[in-house]
Each structure stands twice: as structure tokens, then as C-alpha cells.
Design a protein around this ligand. Structure first.
Ligand SMILES: NC(=O)NCCC(=O)O
Ligand SMILES: [Zn+2]
Ligand SMILES: [Zn+2]
Length: 507
């Protein structure tokens, strides 16, 4: 870990943070990239807000200048899927809201959306617990909320989350039998409630009952190592659950967001639904795009166990198909599912893959790996890069154009990216607290040189410049663009029922 251990005995002097105090910033001469266009322009920022984007802006001497000549000036990355300080599988992720965010800033991500896990089923208690965890934040963050049980109180608390706490999305786990997994009955209730609140339903799509069966099958065969994890939950189980969730969302007529799409099977279900006109969002994660399952077969347990996540990293072929789906719009955005456990924690499953805490790193690596894999290979344009790493996430979670854009009036969350530099990933130099890295040794083109959050330089010259506690909670309002037209479709459906209703009342 390159930063001092945050939160414990922290002082600015001992940690060597230096904050850039000027509230005025001019980024000169770069190519400003938005999802819709790119142009050479200066970007002028005052008090955290972009106030001008045009060539040759003249400013007074009290303004901090950043030269971006020959570089891209892009919206900071927004990671839609992280787990910081999450209690899971009998332990807690090693990255908290400071170490995880410090890593994010080093990699050009300025906002992430983390998943609140209810406490004993209570959403309010879960929200309070995460508010406390997030006190050490040093960048923008928002929350999704998991729904793990169903009763009147959960339904009421969902309304409180949406109307009072700034949460506009709820995740339903169709896997993790015995802990987070929910039934179809609960999923249906949850989808209906999400719809009425204008909140986006998200699913972890794997058939948890069949996964349980698959795990028993592996143990009966004496397969106890990390490879058993992938073998026990094949793509067909991800495809089945994805298809089931899509059909239930269609039945309820509410938008659906499928998190961490890892297989061709799931991706094809999303593709089919989208072609039919259904509002389904598919989230790729960087591990699914750039890794294959070969690591899981490494004879060294710790090396193999670091790749254990759910749904599993698939065999070669799924990665390329997911890249193609992302480049053609079948999948819309890229997250990380950053959920880190160190070697000691992974070793809980040394004799039984079912006990290996599930999760991989990625919050620091996402922007670099997506650039190298997708832009450098010619699969997507620079504007597409901005769309899938930032803008689309802001649109889906209803904070665009405040976030996800370099426009007058937008928040000044900005990166300066040098396409002629290069990056190299190593567990020895990364900024996460974990001692392994699933991308260890990867090199590529392009480098985030400066990360700006709310108009302040947060990362520059390989140095973190912000302190724990300087982060900001971003409330996410309900009824994003995905809800446009839902009422019209409902009205059409109801009018289609008039004929049977009349027939029934006539007899
Ligand atoms: N994905 C994973 O393995 N861990 C995090 C929890 C989840 O997103 O399912
Ligand atoms: Zn999940
Ligand atoms: Zn996750």
C-alpha cells in the first residue's frame, strides 16, 4: 500500500498529504472529451464547478494552472459497483472507504456507488452503519441498497431510502443461498416496489439453488480447490437467472439492471431482451472483460484463490464476447465489483473452495485496463470510453449532467489522461490494502496523470493530495430516464385488458 493506513492516527503532516487550496483552476490546451464529442479547449473551474469550456481562456494570477497539451481531459470515472468495508463470508473486505477510494483516485475514478447491506434486514440500520463507514471518504460516493428479506417494514424502509436518503437502486441477490439469496416471490415484490418508487432494480443473476447443488457435486468428487468454484457455477446458471429476472421485470414492466455480467449466456439474454424493446441494462466488470479462468487452475492456492469471485471468471472466449458486447451497446457500462480480501482471508478456504471469500480488486485498474483493452485495440472511440466509464453511469443513476460530463455547470470531477504514457500494474505498488492483484504484471498504454475531485487536485505526480473525511455523499434521485414511458406501457397493457374484462362482465 502506497498510502499510510488511513483513519488510524491520521494527521496531514504524518501522512504527507498536501492539499491544493486554490478554488480556481484552469486546465489548458487539452482535448476535452465528452460522450457526445471531443474538442481542443481550456476548462475553467471555480468553487468545484466548471464555469467555462472554450479555447484561450484568460485568467488572473491566483488561478492554479494545469497544462494538458497533447492530453485528454475527461470526466472522472464513475464506478457503479464496489464493496468497501463490506462484511461478507465471515470477514470484512480489506479496503475501507479511504484505502479503496485512494486506490480509485490513483486510477482516475472520482466517484463510486457502493452497496449498503442491511443490518438484520433493516435498511435504516444498514444505511446508518454505512454512513459511519464512509466518514473517512476522500472522493464522491453514492449508495445502492441490498434487499435480503421481505416484509412490510422493508417495503416502508425502501420508501425512506428513496425519499429521504438519496438511494435510487436496490440489489437482489439470486445467489448466496443461506445468506443474501432471495426467492422469486421476494424478487417479484421487490420489483413491484422498485417500480412504484422509481428505483432501479438490480440483480446478481445466478441460480443459487443450482449453485448449491453444483458445490455439493464438486465436494462429492473430491474437488475442493479454487477451480471447484468455477466448476460448481457454470455459465448456464448465470444465463438461467438472467433470463428469469428479465422475464419477471417484463411481467412487472419495470427497468432492470444486471450487475457483473460474466458470461456469453447472460449477455445473450440481455441482448435478446433489449432487441425486443425491454429496458434492461447490462453491466460489464473489468475482470470479466480482461481475465479468463486459467488463474483458478494455478497449483498455488493463494495465486488461484485471488481470482475467486461470483459469478466466476469464465473460460477464454467469454472475455472477448463481453468486449464485443460492450463495444456494440449490448452492455452499457463498466464497473469493477471491487471487493478485496487479502491472502490470509482467502486462505479461509484452503481446504474448501466454498469458504474462500468471493471478490477481486479493480477500482484502481478499471480506467487503465478499459482504455488499453478497448480503445488501444480499436474496439471503441475515446468518446465511447467516456460513455462507458462515466457518462452512462451518471445517466442511469440520474446525476447527469452534474456528473459524467465536462460541461458548464457540471461538477469539476476531471482527469488528465496522457495517451502517450504507459501504466504497469503490480501488487507491490498498487494503492489497495490487499497483498495480491488479479492484474499483477499487466502493462499497457495510457496513464491517468491528474485526478481532480470537486475542483481540487486529488491525485498528481503519483501522490495523493486529499485527506480522509474530505469526501462527499452524492444523493441519487429516483425516476431516471429508464422510467420514461413506463406509465404509457402500463396504460396500454391495462387497455388491452378491457376486452376480456367486458367479455367477463357481459356473461
Ligand atoms: N462478486 C463477488 O464475488 N463479491 C462481491 C459480492 C457480489 O457482488 O456478489
Ligand atoms: Zn453480486
Ligand atoms: Zn458486487
Amino acid at each position: 500500500n502506497q498510502f499510510c493506513d488511513a483513519g488510524v492516527g491520521y494527521t496531514e503532516s504524518t501522512c504527507g498529504f498536501s492539499s491544493t487550496s486554490s478554488s480556481k483552476l484552469l486546465i489548458k490546451g487539452g482535448t476535452v472529451v465528452n460522450a457526445h464529442n471531443q474538442e481542443v479547449a481550456d476548462v475553467y473551474v471555480e468553487d468545484g464547478i466548471i464555469v467555462a469550456v472554450r479555447p484561450n481562456i484568460k485568467v488572473d494570477e491566483d488561478v492554479t494552472l494545469l497544462d494538458a497539451t497533447g492530453k485528454y481531459v475527461m470526466p472522472g470515472g464513475i464506478d457503479p459497483h464496489t464493496h468497501l468495508a463490506m462484511e461478507f463470508m465471515g470477514t470484512e473486505t480489506i479496503d475501507d472507504f479511504f484505502s479503496g477510494q485512494a486506490a480509485a483516485l490513483a486510477g482516475g475514478t472520482t466517484m463510486h456507488i457502493d452497496f449498503v447491506i442491511p443490518v438484520s434486514g433493516s435498511l435504516v440500520a444498514g444505511f446508518e452503519a454505512y454512513k459511519k463507514k464512509a466518514k473517512k471518504s476522500c472522493m464522491n460516493y453514492g449508495f445502492h441498497m441490498a434487499i435480503t428479506k421481505w416484509d412490510e417494514s422493508v417495503s416502508r424502509e425502501m420508501e425512506i431510502m428513496v425519499k429521504e436518503k438519496g438511494i435510487n437502486s436496490f440489489k437482489f441477490f439470486m445467489a448466496y443461498k443461506g445468506s443474501l439469496m432471495i426467492s422469486d416471490e421476494l424478487l417479484l415484490q421487490g420489483l413491484k416496489r422498485c417500480k412504484s418508487l422509481g428505483a432501479l432494480a438490480m440483480v446478481h443473476a445466478e441460480n443459487g439453488d443450482a449453485v448449491f447443488e453444483g458445490q455439493n457435486r464438486m465436494i462429492d468428487l473430491g474437488i475442493t480447490g479454487p477451480e471447484g468454484h468455477a466448476l460448481s457455477r457454470p455459465p448456464v446458471l448465470e444465463g438461467e437467472a438472467t433470463s428469469r429476472a428479465i422475464r419477471l421485470a417484463k411481467f412487472v414492466n419495470t427497468p432492470l439492471y444486471v450487475v457483473h455480467v460474466m458470461s456469453i449466456d447472460a449477455m445473450e439474454e440481455i441482448s435478446k431482451a433489449r432487441k425486443s424493446g425491454q429496458k434492461v441494462v447490462g453491466e460489464a466488470v473489468v475482470s470479466g472483460l480482461v481475465l479468463n479462468d486459467s488463474g483458478l487452475w494455478n497449483p498455488d492456492f493463494i495465486t488461484a484463490a485471488k481470482y475467486v469471485m461470483s459469478p466466476p471468471i469464465r473460460e477464454a472466449g467469454h472475455d472477448k464476447a463481453l468486449q464485443a458486447a460492450l463495444s456494440t451497446g449490448v452492455l452499457q457500462l463498466v464497473g469493477t465489483d471491487h471487493c478485496t480480501f487479502n491472502s490470509t482471508q482467502k486462505a479461509f478456504g484452503i481446504d474448501d473452495f466454498r469458504k474462500i471469500p468471493n471478490g477481486v480488486n479493480g477500482i484502481e485498474e478499471r480506467m487503465h485496463l478499459v482504455w488499453d483493452t478497448m480503445v488501444e485495440s480499436g474496439q471503441i472511440s475515446v468518446t465511447d470510453f467516456v460513455r462507458i466509464t462515466s457518462t452512462e453511469c451518471a445517466r442511469i443513476f440520474n446525476i447527469y449532467p452534474r456528473k459524467g460530463a465536462i460541461l458548464v455547470g457540471s461538477d469539476a470531477d476531471i482527469i488528465i489522461f496522457n495517451p502517450n504514457s504507459s501504466f504497469e500494474i503490480s501488487a507491490r505498488t498498487h494503492h489497495s490494502r490487499t497483498d495480491t492483484n488479479v492484474y499483477d504484471g499487466r502493462k499497457g498504454k495510457g496513464k491517468v496523470e491528474v485526478t481532480i475531485v470537486g475542483g481540487r487536485v486529488a491525485w498528481q505526480d503519483n501522490e495523493l493530495k486529499v485527506a480522509p473525511g474530505s469526501g462527499k455523499y452524492i444523493e441519487l434521485p429516483p425516476f431516471s430516464y429508464l422510467f420514461d414511458g413506463i406509465d404509457k406501457a402500463d396504460a396500454k397493457y391495462l387497455s388491452s385488458l378491457q376486452a376480456p374484462v367486458k367479455r367477463f362482465s357481459a356473461s
